[in-house]
Ligand binder design. Structure first.
Ligand code: 5AD
Ligand code: FES
Length: 365
């Protein structure tokens, strides 16, 4: 019965709910095995690194769950210099990471857009080598912008973009954000990104107060409908200096299992996309990221933000790697990947195979 469900071509909301709700050890093992089988069949089991530089925590938004929200006056604000960001990206290239993620709080002023554009151009120029003839791959994660701005970022040389939808449920989205932030606008941004040529990544938080399994099942179908190329999602965790701190958080064990089930289900339903084992998993249990990989994820993001500012980019309580340096994260994470019998594919962009197939699909029409 479960076996049949794990081998379907198309899934209904209630079928996905059933898979997400699995709790019995034997059932979970079957889910995990199927996710790994799909991973091996569709893209192979290499793990791809994206060195993440959290280059600024200055944010104009006020999401109720996020530690660096505009209204959190307790957090010291920082913005790395162009040189610091570029040298971090160069360090990544030297380590063989192949790709970087540039992430920051959201700002839409022209200075910021120009800054990001220049940083992208410089990184591309400075990281060209024999191993990386087109420089490091750049994923941007700097929030909502106009189509024109996205096109500028793409032309400058970034080619992947992460913009989490957080939840596709209207009412829940409303409860997480001030009125000025609209779910529809975020959805529109995802289509702008696609139109601009990006490999598009999105994702949700798992275990948000008020979130149901049905909502998560609908999120998975949204990823499918939108033909998404990459997923980065993780457990919702309280940050004490946010309005949501007064609401409760799921217990760690069920929260972890639900997050892992989400990864496995996304792998089974969406097949050849990239899925990240995110840092937040490691905030729930120390081996959270390895567990994410062992449920079908194929990407992980070593933190390369300079140690001096790491603690100011605390989105939730218990974020790991706050006092470590990039060198420590490098050896730590490699050990973690090896501990589950997987290997890192160095010196490659590690693009989404789904993107390659969907674009060749479109070209054929
Ligand atoms: N718990 C978990 N994830 C969070 N994020 C922000 N705040 C939290 C939190 N309290 C995630 C959001 C955002 C990404 C950059 O970090 O999903 O899109
Ligand atoms: Fe940063 Fe382990 S990954 S210390």
């Amino acid at each position: 019965m479960l076996k049949e469900l794990l081998y379907k071509e198309n899934y209904s909301v209630s079928e996905i709910e059933t898979l997400l709700s699995l709790k019995d050890e034997e059932d979970i093992k079957q889910l995990q095995d199927r996710a790994n089988e799909m991973l091996n069949q569709s893209i192979g089991d290499s793990v791809y690194y994206r060195g993440i530089v959290e280059f600024s925590n200055i944010c104009s938004l006020d999401c109720y769950y996020c530690g660096i929200r505009k209204s959190n006056g307790e957090v010291g604000r920082y913005a790395l210099s162009k040189d610091d960001i570029i040298s971090s990206a160069k360090w990544c290239a030297d380590q063989g990471y192949g790709s970087v993620v540039l992430q920051s709080g959201e700002r839409s002023d022209e200075n910021f857009v120009n800054f990001v554009e220049e940083v992208i151009r410089e990184i591309k120029k400075e990281t060209i080598s024999e191993k990386l003839p087109r420089g490091v791959g750049i994923t941007l994660s700097v929030g909502e912008h106009s189509k024109e701005v996205y096109s500028r970022f793409f032309k400058a040389g970034a080619h992947r973009y992460l913009l989490r939808i957080e939840t596709t449920n209207e009412e829940l989205y409303r409860e997480l954000h001030p009125e000025s932030q609209e779910l529809n606008e975020r959805k529109e941004c995802l289509s702008f990104l696609r139109q601009s040529g990006f490999q598009v990544g999105t994702g949700v938080m798992i275990g948000i107060p008020g979130q149901t399994i049905e909502m998560l099942a609908r999120d998975v179908l949204f990823f499918k409908e939108q033909d998404i190329d990459m997923i980065g999602m993780g457990p919702y965790l309280v940050h004490n200096q946010t309005p949501m701190a007064e609401k409760s958080q799921m217990d760690k064990d069920p929260l972890l299992q639900l997050s892992l089930n989400m990864i496995a289900v996304c792998r089974i339903v969406l097949k050849d996309i990239n899925i990240a084992a995110t840092t937040a998993l490691q905030a729930v249990v120390p081996d959270g990221r390895e567990r994410g990989l062992s449920y079908g994820a194929n990407v992980t993001m070593p933190n390369i933000t300079p140690t001096e500012v790491r603690s100011s980019y605390k989105l939730y309580e218990g974020k790991p790697c706050m006092d470590e340096g990039r060198q420590e994260c490098k050896s730590c994470l490699l050990g973690r990947v090896h501990s589950i019998g997987r290997d890192v594919a160095f010196d490659q962009w590690g693009d989404s195979k789904h993107f390659a197939l969907r674009t060749s699909r479109t070209e054929n029409f």
